[in-house]
Ligand binder design. Structure first.
Ligand SMILES: Cc1cc2nc3c(=O)[nH]c(=O)nc-3n(C[C@H](O)[C@H](O)[C@H](O)COP(=O)(O)OP(=O)(O)OC[C@H]3O[C@@H](n4cnc5c(N)ncnc54)[C@H](O)[C@@H]3O)c2cc1C
Length: 345
């Protein structure tokens, strides 16, 4: 027999900064909270640039993105929300009593009074290298993200791509790799002009318009050489490599959420200034939303999250306070402050 479902006050879909801060703020409002993330970890799109320094979040002095994710996660866990990983939410079903059942890709059901959609641009997938059999090298020396620079020290690194990420990684790896080669199918690069210039003026070997055509491996485990081909002349060249980084951009989509009846454009849902969507009990926050003054940045996700949580609270209890009591005077933090060794008057 199926386990009876447990009813939550709020279910947050998405574990990026908007979802993580919603989980924290929802705890401040005493709501029974669940957060569901399709990936196996929190961070959202911040996981695409863990090695980058973040300068533009208020009150945060230059901090590695990976460390900022850790801090956001620690904050999100403050009130011990239920966290569910590796489930993509697909189905939405309104119950006769007004509550909602969400169904995930695994078939699991989640019962909730309200929903906060913090899904960014949906489910992200790295655009893969379109070479048959390339996926078998993903466990060795074919990379789609760079988590750490150190493993590339003294290596011959080939980067395929011409956007921001390709240019940034070329510049970051150039001082420590033995050789960095960038292969791009167009003459023009999409990265910031000064970064493109820096790359071209450095020792980076820039090959345009070229594409990676064949991966060569004698043991079938590690790529040792790569054939690159000139897009116009068809001329080929064989290069020795120790590692390949592929930055062909991202593909993302909302999946079956498109059919929920949300007022959804190509990439954003329309919301009111209090972050209500057009579906009662469903609120939204972060990059997924659009409204007049929306800031599609990490900092912008925090205000959205607080507003969406407050709207969810008022949806459940129209008599509730309009906002949470500030943390400096909120009794919910008394014990937690004590644990931090803070002596309060
Ligand atoms: C390369 C790069 C560099 C950036 N640099 C900066 C910077 O320096 N400063 C700054 O302020 N901003 C920066 N940004 C923007 C910033 O990352 C975004 O504004 C922020 O991540 C948006 O947060 P979010 O929580 O709204 O969405 P996301 O971070 O996109 O998170 C959404 C989450 O929802 C999950 N999800 C989606 N659909 C479902 C579903 N159906 N079920 C379950 N889970 C689902 C996704 O897996 C994802 O984890 C950068 C972005 C990129 C790509």
């Amino acid at each position: 027999m199926d386990q009876p479902l447990e009813l939550y006050d709020v279910t947050i879909i998405g574990g990026g900064p908007a979802g993580m801060y919603s989980a924290f703020y929802s705890g401040m409002r005493d709501m029974k909270t669940k957060l569901i993330e399709a990936r196996d970890q929190l961070g959202g799109r911040m996981l695409f640039y863990p090695e980058k320094m973040i300068w533009d979040v208020g009150g945060v002095t230059p901090t590695l993105c990976a460390d900022l994710i850790k801090q956001l996660e620690q904050q999100a866990r403050t009130f011990e929300p239920t966290l569910v990983f590796e489930q993509q939410i697909e189905g939405f079903e309104r119950q006769p009593d007004g509550t909602i059942i969400l169904t995930s890709s695994t078939g699991e059901k989640h019962w909730t009074r309200t929903v906060i959609m913090a899904i960014g641009y949906g489910i992200y997938k790295m655009a893969k290298l379109e070479i048959e059999g390339a996926d078998r090298f993903e466990v060795t020396n074919l990379h789609y993200t760079v988590q750490e620079l150190e493993p590339f020290r003294g290596k011959k690194v080939l980067i395929s791509g011409g956007g921001d990420s390709a240019v940034d990684w070329a510049n970051e790896l150039e001082p420590l790799a033995e050789q960095v080669t960038v292969v791009h199918r167009r003459e023009r690069f999409g990265g910031l002009e000064r970064n493109v210039l820096r790359m071209k003026e450095s020792s980076v070997d820039v090959r345009t318009p070229y594409a990676v055509e064949t991966l060569h491996s004698t043991n079938g485990e590690v790529i040792e050489q790569v054939t690159i081909t000139h897009i116009e002349t068809g001329e080929s060249e064989l290069l020795d490599v120790d590692a390949i980084i592929v930055n062909h951009g991202m593909k993302s989509d909302f999946g079956p959420i498109r059919d929920w009846g949300l007022d959804l454009g190509e990439w954003h849902v329309s919301v009111s200034e209090k972050l209500h969507t057009n579906i009662p009990g469903v609120f939204a926050a972060g990059d997924f939303v659009n409204y007049g003054s929306k800031l599609h940045l990490i900092a912008g996700t925090f205000t959205d999250a607080a507003l969406a949580v407050n709207s969810a609270k008022l949806y459940m209890d129209p008599e509730a306070d309009k906002v949470a009591y500030v943390s400096s005077h909120n009794s919910r933090f008394k014990e937690k402050n004590k644990a931090l060794g803070v002596v309060e008057e």
